[in-house]
Design a protein around this ligand. Structure first.
Ligand code: DGL
Length: 215
């Protein structure tokens, strides 16, 4: 079967590759929006206009399921997208619930785009799963652009992470798929002090469930 994977930019490519490795019997078609990336500083209405034709092109190309490998899109627009498309949409979102279950210090850090952090869905996740813990939201607003431009400022990223470690965070949630590309650097800074979570494996599990229903 054909699986579509969408992100604004390079972030979804890491998710797409993980899906290819996990499900080699299926064809994975990855599409991004090189013209408008990054999405994380744009309004949901603007992003909706960009996303619709790209998802439609994946449907037109025969994808039976589409993975929204973009926290920014899934936390701000998934409801509208599910109303418009009949193919199942499997979506990433910040792993607030697993982080809240995992933390021992009662402090977690969520690294995500400004749009994700401002979204109703993210507010709902915090309200539903994490009212009894402290959530730090460090400023990562330029990270996806830096990753797109391959101009990662390792020192700046390490400084940002050290601040949350000093504030006692013992779980760091990668709430933007672009950050999967700097997971190794993040783990190096966090080693021995915090666990780093991202949604590739949960998304693959959900995708397998959806594919089994479609078979
Ligand atoms: N990779 C995306 C995410 O997971 C979007 C990053 C961006 O375009 O700003 O949020």
């Amino acid at each position: 079967m054909k699986i579509g994977v969408f992100d604004s930019g390079a972030g979804g490519l890491s998710v797409s590759r993980a899906i290819e490795r996990a499900l080699p019997e299926h064809e994975v078609i990855f599409r991004n929006d090189a013209k408008h990336v990054p999405y994380g500083t744009r309004s949901p209405d603007e992003v909706l206009g960009f996303v619709l034709p790209i998802l439609q092109s994946l449907v037109d190309d025969g994808c039976v399921v589409i993975v929204i490998a973009c926290n920014t899109v899934s936390t701000t627009l998934i409801k509208e997208l599910r109303e418009r498309f009949t193919v199942p949409l499997v979506a990433v979102e910040p792993m607030v619930k697993p982080a809240a279950q995992l933390t021992k210090s009662g402090v977690i850090a969520v690294c995500a785009t400004p749009a994700t952090l401002a979204s109703k869905r993210y507010a709902w996740l915090k309200q539903a799963y994490a009212t009894d813990i402290t959530i730090l939201e460090p400023d990562c607003s330029d990270w996806s652009q830096l990753i797109e431009d391959r101009q990662i400022d390792e020192q700046k990223i390490a400084d940002t992470l050290r601040d949350v470690l000093v504030a006692n965070a013992d779980v760091i949630v990668l709430g933007c798929t672009h950050y999967h590309w700097i997971e190794d650097e993040i783990i190096t800074v966090a080693r021995g002090r915090a666990t780093v979570l991202h949604p590739e494996q949960p998304v693959i599990r959900q995708l397998k469930r959806v594919l089994a229903q479609l078979a």
